[in-house]
Design a binder for this molecule. Sequence first.
Ligand SMILES: CC(C)(COP(=O)(O)OP(=O)(O)OC[C@H]1O[C@@H](n2cnc3c(N)ncnc32)[C@H](O)[C@@H]1OP(=O)(O)O)[C@@H](O)C(=O)NCCC(=O)NCCS
Length: 206
Amino acid sequence: MATDRTRIFDVTRRGEHEKYLYRCFAPMPFRKHNNRQQYLMKAIPKGFHKKLLVFGEEIVGQIEYAPAEVSGYPITGDNMIVMNCIWVLSRTKGRGLGRLLVQDMVKSEKLAAGFATVALENYWSPWFRRSQTQKLGFRPVYSIKVTHKTKHKEQVFSTYLTWMPKTENAEPPAWDRQKLLEGETFCLAHPLYQPQAWKGNVFDLK
Ligand SMILES: CC(C)(COP(=O)(O)OP(=O)(O)OC[C@H]1O[C@@H](n2cnc3c(N)ncnc32)[C@H](O)[C@@H]1OP(=O)(O)O)[C@@H](O)C(=O)NCCC(=O)NCCS
């Protein structure tokens, strides 16, 4: 349950919080990673937002989103906002904080026809699970089955394009499957990350 101890603020608007643009709760040192820096330079002027959720005195959640054209995934759609990532720390899960972050995004993006994101099923780490995006209100549009070219090569997992329409006549989003197989570069902690030195596809279609 969200309470008045809860506060959400946008780190793209407050210079002193720049480090949070480059890091999240993943245990990685703060570094202005090149791929991330390039992504932010392109996306921030075009409507990218990263917001942190403070519960009491502690940062326990985050959400990152942008218009489809400058999102972290090869997703397209008219007036479609793409949620790059959402994360609420497990010790505060189930209190409505994830829902609160999604509501804040929906409320902030007044002109959006809908919201889209990518979710995974049968991936070997617990990140970006489809069941979780489903709880937050996202429904599947398409899915593909893939394997990673170098990690857990035998494990086939599904990648879903999911969405949540906002207006009555919103058209579902689409994605560029070929580009998706190349991996993403906006976040190095992401399961679909394409390492900087990597050329070509990170994933094989199954
Ligand atoms: C998905 C996530 C954001 C949800 O956050 P949360 O604060 O626990 O979610 P909420 O408490 O707001 O719950 C959202 C909805 O799911 C429902 N829900 C929560 N836990 C549930 C459960 N175990 N079973 C069924 N429904 C559940 C809630 O009832 C709520 O629905 P409602 O608003 O209709 O009641 C959170 O689990 C998370 O961060 N997971 C990891 C996501 C991830 O992989 N991020 C990338 C890291 S690299």
